[in-house]
Design a protein around this ligand. Structure first.
Ligand SMILES: [Mg+2]
Length: 186
């Protein structure tokens, strides 16, 4: 039987990008503090200081290497998934951040080989069976293509979750079991 392929997003799926970006934003622009709960949309330009551009907010040198793991279970569960499935990391990245993302992965999940590291914004081009992601723009095309998904809940996908009944995963605890169940492999 063919090994199933699991595509796993990076930012805010296996690590916390937005929370760290907010931390730096609030230190640098204390007159315009952001809260995680305020992040109801991708675009929070109107909430940030004019000098806190997208580039400053998400493009701070070194930012992607200092991100915290999503939780205390994510490494163990990713390793279990990697043993039984083809686990691909699929991340949208700017040219300047890709090296940092790969370094982060090497530090925290060195069992993921380089050939399983995909940088793309068009995730639907990849032939996966199941996608673990927080981005509605990635989850919806996957569902429409008849693939399984696990949605990592965040404020920016609340509206989307109200509209579509996606399976949610707010902790990586027992993630391998959830994936087995969704792919009907018990
Ligand atoms: Mg993401």
């Amino acid at each position: 039987m063919r090994r199933s392929t699991i595509a796993v997003d990076m930012d805010d799926t296996i690590c916390h990008l937005v929370k760290r970006a907010i931390y730096h934003n609030n230190r640098e622009f204390p007159t315009h503090p952001l809260r995680y709960e305020d992040m109801m949309d991708w675009n929070t330009d109107h909430l940030r200081h004019p000098d806190s551009t997208q580039e400053v907010f998400f493009g701070r040198p070194g930012l992607f290497e200092e991100l915290e793991l999503y939780d205390e279970h994510v490494v163990e569960e990713m390793e279990k998934l990697h043993r039984d499935y083809d686990v691909l990391i699929v991340t949208a990245g700017q040219p300047g951040t890709i090296g940092e993302k790969w370094n982060w992965l090497q530090k925290h999940m060195p069992f993921i080989p380089l050939e399983n590291f995909f940088v793309s914004k068009r995730k639907s081009l990849i032939q996966f069976d199941l996608l673990i992601d927080d981005g509605p723009h990635n989850l919806l095309p996957a569902i429409e293509a008849g693939r399984k998904v696990l949605c990592i809940p965040h404020p920016w996908n609340v509206r989307f979750r109200q509209q579509y009944d996606f399976p949610l995963m707010d902790s990586w605890k027992n993630a391998k079991e959830r994936v087995d169940q969704l792919l009907e492999r018990n």
